[in-house]
Design a protein. Structure first.
Length: 708
């Protein structure tokens, strides 16, 4: 119960009636009962003399039982109102002592259990000798207005808190309907490098960078002037000339007619995200080693050029392959091989005309696209390119000579699409290689032999699938904080009867193209699950088996395949991790439902080589994944530009609540950096190369023994 001692206008009115018109307590009671909800009269000794009907109803007691009673007795008979009656005793004495109208507030639950607040006025009356005569108590329910007052106070507090939170987290400005700035918060001043005085009264042209088109700005104004919220991004220019990006929401405040009278812009600084995004986009279209445009960029640009080409446009596609590059890698080291690729790229770049575009296609392969040149001019250009390889390269203080084989296809003479042009240039290159080092060949001369070679490889691959010429190697996955083996990635190798071990990079693309990847994946899944089951039986219960799944499998019954193999091998679904490529994310409408079905089986899902794709990032949050595997290219660039991307991926994974596995860890420096970023798991040559099952089992036994 609360009470106050301040006076308001009702008290002044009552006091005036008493003093001016000498109205006694009974007359005043009759007058005020007509306008006040509750009324009762007590004599000078505190006995109840009279009460109106509302009092009877509130207390649920007849008038006869009230008359002649004191508050002490009523407190005992009406325990629900005990606190009020006890307060009455105190407040009556306060009123008598002040000798004027007093005011209080009572809070209680009525007989219906409903919360009420009543404003109470007490008016004392005295005999001529100054002794106590009577006290008139009047009450008016104020529950609704009081709650509204409290609600208003709460709303004002919430608005103040909201403004504080907004000012601390966002860049905020308000403008009038013409765009003149009327308010900016401290974050706006910080990022724009302007003071409030410099900004107030100006429009946003003060920070205009000139980056955006008039159409972009016009669309924004049309949206907000129609009373709609606008969402977008702006590149602004600070006072010191630096640029920054902001994600912007502009909210129009409208009048009763729906016409905006004020706008509030709420911005977030996304400069860092833009920088990282641009870096990811650059990486997606450029080779990380040489900085040249990559295979993806080549395909998109050539397709676009063909689509926009005119009737007489011509194009030559020159496919370059370095001879005996593998020998250099094996004898001088991969680092030396990488440096040679960089030197070759630089030399080619220096001697290109403005009509030529250079790409690194992958491995030791480069592509040059030459536009609108005659066949004779193309041949002269190719011959000039070959002369560039007559000069030596210098690696590790050694003078090194390397040759190249070039294949050429022509648009529109040989093909009308990028894929066929590429295949024909590749075929011509193989024929040039067969004819001798440092040579070139135009298509169609080399077609038959190249197709024959490809057909032989495909025939051998089909025989390998039928005769089971494949073996599995296993590379351990390590829990970085503890250094313990937590999983294995199953990696397929082709043990060719005459060529020996064939690298997956030579046969996996062909397997995907021909559909042989499906029975190969089924074999890998079955063998890997059988092996993991054996390890479980041997007491290695914490090993999760990772198996790579090609995007081709998503067009088949991959869910049925996984279910069938788990049932046959007896491996628990939780012990299997399916690693999908980022290319699978480019068709989310196909992939996402299948991934959810796999998750319902109980297997875990990882995205392999994460970070090499860009368009797929928009769909990442929709994929039910458990792990992101950072591509080895970013790990290799720790201490340079790779760190920012790794940091971003790990933060993104934490936000998505998925684990992170770093691939290609080869140095202690890389390991320390990843551990400091709380990267969960890793794999790479620092821990172990891919090894046969027996060697992997030795690693498990060695770990178990060291733990014991």
């Amino acid at each position: 119960m609360k009470k106050k001692g301040n006076f308001i206008w009702v008290g002044d009115v009552m006091k005036g009636l008493i003093e001016k018109y000498k109205i006694n307590e009974n007359e005043l009671s009759k007058i005020l009962t007509a306008i006040m909800e509750y009324a009762c009269l007590k004599d000078g000794d505190g006995y109840w003399v009279d009460a109106n009907e509302a009092i009877h109803h509130l207390l649920d007691m007849p008038l006869g039982e009230l008359i002649g009673k004191k508050d002490q007795e009523l407190a005992k008979r009406l325990p629900r109102f005990k606190e009020i009656f006890e307060d009455c005793i105190v407040s009556d004495e306060e009123t008598w002592s002040k000798r004027t109208v007093t005011e209080f507030e009572w809070e209680f639950l009525n007989k219906g259990g409903i919360y009420q607040i009543v404003k109470v006025y007490k008016i004392p009356f005295y005999h001529q000798d100054g002794s106590r005569k009577a006290i008139l108590m009047l009450g008016q329910e104020i529950t609704f207005s009081k709650l509204k007052e409290l609600e208003l106070d709460t709303t004002i507090k919430e608005l103040a808190d909201f403004k504080f939170a907004l000012d601390e987290s966002s860049i905020v400005a308000t403008t009038d309907h013409k765009g003149k700035i009327s308010y900016v918060n401290h974050k706006f001043c910080e990022i724009s490098k302007c003071t409030r005085e410099e900004l107030i009264g100006k429009d946003h042209r003060i920070i205009n960078s000139g980056y955006h088109s008039k159409a972009h700005v016009r669309e924004m104004w049309e949206t907000i002037q129609n009373g709609k919220v606008w969402y977008g991004e702006f590149r602004n220019r600070a006072k010191d000339g630096t640029y920054y990006w902001v994600k912007t929401t502009i909210v129009p405040f409208v009048d009763a007619n729906g016409k905006p009278y004020q706008y509030m812009s709420i911005r977030q600084d996304i400069s860092k995200q833009k920088e990282i995004g641009e870096q990811i986009l650059f990486n997606a279209y450029h080779d990380e080693l040489t900085g040249l445009r990559n295979r993806r960029c080549f395909r998109e640009e050539i397709i676009q050029w063909i689509a926009q080409s005119r009737k007489n446009d011509q194009l030559a596609l020159i496919f370059i392959d370095l001879n005996r590059f593998k020998y250099i890698n094996d004898t001088l080291s991969h680092m030396a091989g990488d440096q040679l690729l960089i030197d070759v790229a630089n030399r080619l770049q220096e001697h290109l005309t403005h009509q030529a575009d250079l790409y690194r296609f992958g491995g030791d392969e480069f592509i040059i696209v030459l536009k609108n040149q005659t066949k004779h001019e193309v041949e002269e250009f190719v011959q000039h390119i070959l002369t560039l390889f007559l000069q030596p390269f210098y690696l590790q203080q050694r003078r090194l000579y390397i040759t190249a084989s070039l294949g050429v296809s022509l648009y529109p003479e040989d093909a009308l699409d990028a894929s066929t042009l590429l295949k024909k240039a590749d075929s011509a290159m193989y024929l040039a290689k067969e004819h001798g080092v440092n040579g070139y060949q135009f298509y169609p001369s080399g077609t038959s032999r190249h197709i024959s070679k490809r057909m032989n490889l495909e025939s051998d691959l089909r025989h390998a699938v039928k005769e089971n010429e494949f073996v599995l190697f296993y590379q351990p996955k390590i829990h970085l904080p503890s250094g313990q083996i937590t999983g294995a990635e199953a990696l397929i190798r082709w043990n060719h009867p005459t060529k020996g071990m064939v690298s997956p990079s030579e046969f996996i693309p062909l397997a995907e193209e021909t559909g042989l990847i499906i029975p190969m994946t089924e074999w890998v899944l079955e063998e890997a699950c059988k092996q993991n089951k054996k390890w479980k039986i041997a007491g290695f219960s914490n090993v999760k088996m990772g198996v790579n799944i090609s995007s081709v499998l998503f067009k088949k019954d991959i869910v049925g395949m996984v279910n069938h193999i788990l049932d046959d091998t007896g491996l628990q679904p939780s012990d299997l991790d399916l690693e999908i490529t980022e290319s699978s994310m480019q068709t989310p409408e196909l992939t996402i439902p299948i991934l959810h079905q796999l998750k319902r089986i109980g297997v875990s899902l990882s995205i392999d080589d994460f970070g090499t794709g860009y368009s797929s990032l928009a769909y990442l949050r929709d994929f039910p994944i458990d792990r992101l595997k950072i591509d080895r290219s970013f790990v290799a660039e720790i201490s340079s530009r790779g760190e920012a991307i790794i940091d971003m991926i790990i933060n993104m994974a934490a936000y998505l609540q998925v684990r992170v596995v770093a691939e290609g860890i080869e140095t202690q420096e890389q390991l320390s950096y990843l551990k400091n970023l709380s990267c969960n798991e890793g794999q790479g040559y620092l821990f172990s190369r891919p090894v046969p099952a027996k060697d992997f089992e030795r690693l498990l036994f060695r770990q178990k023994k060291s733990v014991v």
